[in-house]
Design a protein around this ligand. Structure first.
Ligand code: G3I
Length: 360
């Protein structure tokens, strides 16, 4: 009896460590292989201290890396002109050692820990806050983009310029409040000067869910292009926490971006399982939705990648976000908390395989 009990414990504890970490038919590394065959990036966001499990999955299964926080202004810079690049340096070295593209996220963001805590005081003390902010933004972009020139392929130069659910600028945004819309021109021009080869994105949240916001985003981009601002792409974050994605709607939005002559990326995808709670098999419904999102990107030549906002369900911002923490565990990602691929993993692999097949 004692032997049986010990065996059961061993299996429970050791099981996830020794059993294959991939469902039938998908050996480890299948996702990255399928993405490379389709010529579109499968990206993942990783925070500054990933676990061994997260590192192994990220380097094995994904072709693109976004640092969830380490390249934001606040974590990087504790005072004017003072930077600590330790965390991003290590992460970017790791990405390069594993052949992963790096997306820089994000230079200028007016929310949460986007602006450094000392910025407000700097502007309050300045005789000419607009001139001072312009100077600080140019210093920031040249310092950070310049440091990684040639190593970071894409930058989210400006993140979330619009109000939460509308099509106009967020009036609370310190950059907009100080400089007006031209803060975006300044941001992109400074980033472009620091690394002319970098592909520069305007990144927005909820635009894929709120039509008036998407229209406002497109109108903003058209104004920037009319002023010859070096915008090369638009990122739709794809945090679908209010309703499931609609493939045709998303594809049409990506095509609209493409029609402006720009690249598109889905930059922060996650799909909380609660979206599918009325389904008989929520995990299968989540898988279908993941397949739809990737298929929408794969159907639009200008869409160069889809990044999921985290490695595994054990580590998602949604479990601490005020709108979704009540539904925790949200289980929004491709791998469960033990690092096992979920049905959504297979759906994404099949979307890449179908796209690669269609190109033959
Ligand atoms: O690193 C500090 C740590 O030293 C400190 O002890 C701890 C306690 O305060 O905070 C840690 O910083 C946290 C950071 O994540 C790193 O874990 C910040 O407080 C916390 O606010 C930050 O949350 C991030 C959030 O952006 C704000 O920057 C989330 O991880 C990240 O997933 C989320 O990502 C954003 C995108 O950048 C933009 N689009 C929306 C998306 C979700 O909000």
């Amino acid at each position: 009896m004692r032997f049986i009990f010990m065996s059961v414990c061993a299996a429970f504890v050791l099981g996830p460590l020794i059993l294959p970490a991939a469902p039938k038919g998908y050996p480890p590394g299948t996702l990255a292989e399928a993405a490379r065959a389709a010529g579109v990036h499968a990206g993942v966001a990783v925070d500054h201290a990933p676990s061994d499990m997260q590192r192994k999955i990220a380097e094995r299964e994904f072709t693109s890396l976004t640092l969830e926080n380490a390249l934001k202004w606040s974590p990087l810079s504790s005072a004017v002109g003072r930077y600590d690049f330790t965390r991003p340096d290590l992460a970017i070295d790791w990405a390069e050692q594993n052949g992963m593209r790096v997306r820089g996220h994000t230079l200028f963001w007016g929310r949460m820990n986007g602006p450094p805590p000392w910025l407000e005081g700097e502007l309050a003390a300045a005789e000419d806050p607009a001139a001072r902010l312009t100077e600080l933004m140019r210093l920031h972009a040249s310092t950070v983009v310049g440091r990684y020139a040639g190593r970071i392929e894409q930058w989210d130069v400006v993140n979330e310029p619009l109000s939460a659910f509308g099509g106009n600028h967020d009036p609370q945004n310190i950059f907009f409040a100080t400089l007006g819309e031209p803060y975006i021109d300044i941001a992109f021009e400074a980033a472009h000067a620091a690394d002319p080869a970098a592909v520069l994105f305007l990144n927005e949240t909820l635009a894929e869910l709120v039509p008036v916001k998407f229209d406002g985003l497109m109108a903003l981009v058209e104004r920037l292009l009319a002023r010859d601002v070096p915008v090369h792409g638009v990122g739709l974050q794809a945090h679908f926490y209010t309703r499931p994605p609609e493939r045709d709607t998303l594809q049409a939005q990506l095509e609209r971006i493409e029609s402006l002559g720009l690249y598109a990326e889905l930059t922060e995808l996650d799909l909380p399982l609660s979206l599918f709670k009325k389904e008989s098999d929520p995990l299968a419904a989540q898988a279908r939705a993941y397949g739809d999102v990737f298929a929408a990107c794969l159907a639009v030549p200008a869409c160069t990648g889809v990044t999921v906002w985290g490695v595994d369900d054990g580590d998602t911002w949604l479990d601490n976000f005020f709108l979704t923490e009540r539904q925790a565990p949200n289980r929004p990602l491709l791998f469960d908390k033990l690092g096992w691929p979920k049905p959504a993993y297979g759906a994404v692999v099949e979307a890449f395989r179908a796209a690669a097949q269609a190109k033959r």
